[in-house]
Design a protein around this ligand. Structure first.
Ligand code: FAD
Ligand code: AMP
Length: 478
C-alpha cells in the first residue's frame, strides 16, 4: 500500500520547501522530495538558492566588499590598516558554514511543521502517483491528491565553452575558487556574471566580461543601466558588449577564448573562465511519458497564472515555469499554490516582483522602466535624486548612484522605482510596498522619513516627480 498525502512537493528549493511549509500549516498532509546532496555527501534542502545561489554568492560578495573597503576606502576615514590580506579558503569556508546553517534550518522547519521529507529523486506518474527513487536505489510510490513540481533550474551550457569545473566553471564552480585567479573571464553580463565577476575583481582578479548583446542590462531602466556601466567599469570590470564567444581552448592551467565583435575575431587568455549565460529548467526524468503535464517550447512546464499545469491537481512553481528566475518569485508562487489547494482564492501580483543585482552599488528596481512606459504611450513624470546629494551617503562615503521614481502623469500613481546605490534593494522594497497599495508620488512625498537615512533619497525622488524636491534643484517646478 502506497503512502497517501494531500500534497507531494518535488524539490526543496525556495519554491518547494516554502510550498510544503505553507501546505502543512494549512493542515494538509504533506511530503517533500529532494535529491540534492551537499559537499558532505548528505541530502541538503534549500535548492539552488541556499546551496549554490543567492546565499553563498551574497556571503562572498559581503566578504569581498569588506576586503575591498579595508584596502581602498578605510584611509578616507583616517583608518590605516597596513597590508590587508585575504585568506580565500577561510572566506569560502565561512560561506560553506552559512550554507550549512541555513540548509539545516530548512530541514528543522520542515520537521517542525510535520512535513515528511523523502531523500531521493521524485517522478510524477499518471494519476498523481509520485515515484521516489531513494539514495540506495530502492523505490517507493506515493499517492497524492495534489502534486507541486518545484524542480528548479540549472546553468545553461554552451558548446564553445564546455564546463570542466577546473578552468572553465559555471556559477557553482565560481563559488569555490581556492585562490584568486590573476586573469578571470566571465561569459555573460547578466546578474550572476556581474555578481561573481565583482567578487573576484574586488579580491584582485583582472576581470573581463564578454557579453553578446550590444546593450548593457537591457531589463533595467536605461538611465540606471548607463550609470551602472560607468560605475562598474570604473571599478575595474572590463565589460565588452557586442562580443559573442565562439570557441575556447584549454591549455594546461589556462584557457584561450575566441569571440567576435564589430572589429572582427579576437582572443583573450584567462586563468579561469566563468560561464554565466543563463539558466534552464530542470525536468530530467521528472515526468513519466503518460503524466499528461505539458511543457512549453523552451522546456518550461506550462502553467497558468495560478501555476496550475495541464493536469488538474498538479501545479508547478519557481524556476521550472515561466517568469523571473528569482527565489522570492518561487516562494510566493509556493504560498499561492498551497493556499489554493487548501481552498483559498490566493493570487500573486506578477507586476511587482523586485529585481536586484548585488553589485556595489546595488542595482534594483520594481515596476516598469521609463523606456517601457514610453513605448506603451503612457505619459509619465520622472523624479530623480542622486546619492551624491544625500548627507547619509556622504557620511558613509557611498555616494555613487541615484533613485528614480516614475509616476503616471495623469494620476500620479507610482509605476516604477529604480535605484542604483547603497541599500538599493531595501529602498526598492519600500517602493514595492507603496506600489502594492497604489501609492502616488505625492503620498510618498507626504510621508515623514527619518533623517539622515538612505531612504530620504527615495523621499526626495518622489517629491521631484512633481517638482517639489527640497535638497536638489528641480528640473520642473509645478
Ligand atoms: P531550485 O532552488 O533550483 O530548487 C529546486 C530543487 O529541486 C533542487 O534542490 C533540486 O535538487 C531539486 N530537484 C530537481 N529535480 C528533482 C527531482 N526529480 N526529485 C527531487 N528533487 C529534485 N535569486 C534571487 O532571488 N536572489 C538572488 O540573489 C539570487 N542569486 C543567485 C545567485 C546564483 C549564483 C544563482 C545560480 C542563482 C541565484 N538566484 C537568486 C536564483 C535562485 O537561486 C532561483 O531563482 C531559486 O533557487 C529558484 O527556486 P526553485 O525552488 O524554483 O528551484
Ligand atoms: P542572464 O540570462 O541574465 O543570466 O544573462 C546571461 C547573459 O549571457 C545574457 O546577457 C546573454 O546575452 C549572454 N550570452 C549568452 N550567450 C553568450 C555568448 N555565446 N557569448 C557572450 N555572451 C552570451
Amino acid at each position: 500500500m502506497s503512502q497517501k498525502f494531500d500534497v507531494v512537493v518535488i524539490g526543496a528549493g525556495p519554491g518547494g520547501y516554502v510550498a510544503a511549509i505553507r501546505a502543512a500549516q494549512l493542515g494538509l498532509k504533506t511530503a517533500c522530495i529532494e535529491k540534492y546532496q551537499g559537499k558532505d555527501g548528505k541530502t541538503a534542502l534549500g535548492g539552488t538558492c541556499l546551496n549554490v545561489g543567492c546565499i553563498p554568492s551574497k556571503a562572498l560578495l559581503d566578504s569581498s566588499y569588506k576586503f575591498h573597503e579595508a584596502q581602498e576606502s578605510f584611509n578616507v576615514h583616517g583608518i590605516s590598516t597596513g597590508d590587508v590580506k585575504m585568506d580565500v579558503p577561510t572566506m569560502v569556508a565561512r560561506k560553506d558554514q552559512i550554507v550549512k546553517n541555513l540548509t539545516g534550518g530548512v530541514s528543522a522547519l520542515l520537521k517542525a511543521n510535520g512535513v515528511t521529507v523523502f531523500e531521493g529523486h521524485g517522478k510524477l506518474l499518471a494519476g498523481k502517483q509520485v515515484e521516489v527513487t531513494k539514495l540506495d536505489g530502492s523505490t517507493e510510490t506515493l499517492a497524492a491528491e495534489n502534486v507541486i513540481l518545484a524542480s528548479g533550474s540549472k546553468p545553461v551550457d554552451i558548446p564553445p565553452a564546455p564546463v570542466d569545473q577546473k578552468v572553465i566553471v559555471d556559477s557553482t564552480g565560481a563559488l569555490d575558487f581556492q585562490t584568486v585567479p590573476a586573469r578571470l573571464g566571465v561569459i555573460g553580463a547578466g546578474v550572476i556574471g556581474l555578481e561573481l565577476g565583482s567578487v573576484w575583481s574586488r579580491l584582485g582578479a583582472e576581470v573581463t566580461v564578454i557579453e553578446a548583446m550590444d546593450k548593457f542590462l537591457p531589463a533595467a531602466d536605461e538611465q540606471i543601466s548607463k550609470e551602472a556601466f560607468k560605475v562598474l567599469s570604473k571599478q575595474g570590470l572590463k565589460i565588452l558588449l557586442g562580443a559573442r564567444l565562439t570557441a575556447s581552448e584549454i591549455k594546461g592551467e589556462e584557457v584561450t577564448v575566441s569571440f567576435t565583435t564589430a572589429e572582427g575575431e579576437q582572443q583573450l587568455t584567462f586563468d579561469k573562465l566563468i560561464v554565466a549565460v543563463g539558466r534552464r529548467p530542470v525536468t530530467t526524468d521528472l515526468l513519466a511519458s503518460d503524466s499528461g503535464v505539458d511543457m512549453d517550447e523552451r522546456g518550461f512546464i506550462f502553467v497558468n497564472d495560478q501555476c496550475a499545469t495541464s493536469v488538474p491537481g498538479v501545479y508547478a512553481i519557481g524556476d521550472v515555469v515561466r517568469g523571473a528566475m528569482l527565489a522570492h518569485k518561487a516562494s510566493e508562487e509556493g504560498v499561492m499554490v498551497a493556499e489554493r489547494i487548501a481552498g483559498h482564492k490566493s493570487q500573486m501580483n506578477y507586476d511587482l516582483i523586485p529585481s536586484v543585482i548585488y553589485t556595489h552599488p546595488e542595482i534594483a528596481w520594481v515596476g516598469k522602466t521609463e523606456q517601457a512606459l514610453k513605448a506603451e504611450g503612457v505619459e509619465i513624470n520622472v523624479g530623480t535624486f542622486p546619492f551624491a546629494a544625500s548627507g547619509r551617503a556622504m557620511a558613509a562615503n557611498d555616494t555613487a548612484g541615484l533613485v528614480k521614481v516614475i509616476a503616471d502623469a495623469k494620476t500620479d500613481r507610482v509605476l516604477g522605482v529604480h535605484v542604483m546605490g547603497p541599500a538599493a534593494a531595501e529602498l526598492v522594497q519600500q517602493g514595492a510596498i507603496g506600489m502594492e497599495f497604489g501609492t502616488s508620488a505625492e503620498d510618498l512625498g507626504m510621508m515623514v522619513f527619518s533623517h539622515p537615512t538612505m531612504s530620504e533619497a527615495l523621499h526626495e525622488a518622489a517629491l521631484a516627480v512633481n517638482g517639489h524636491a527640497i535638497h536638489i534643484a528641480n528640473r520642473k517646478k509645478r
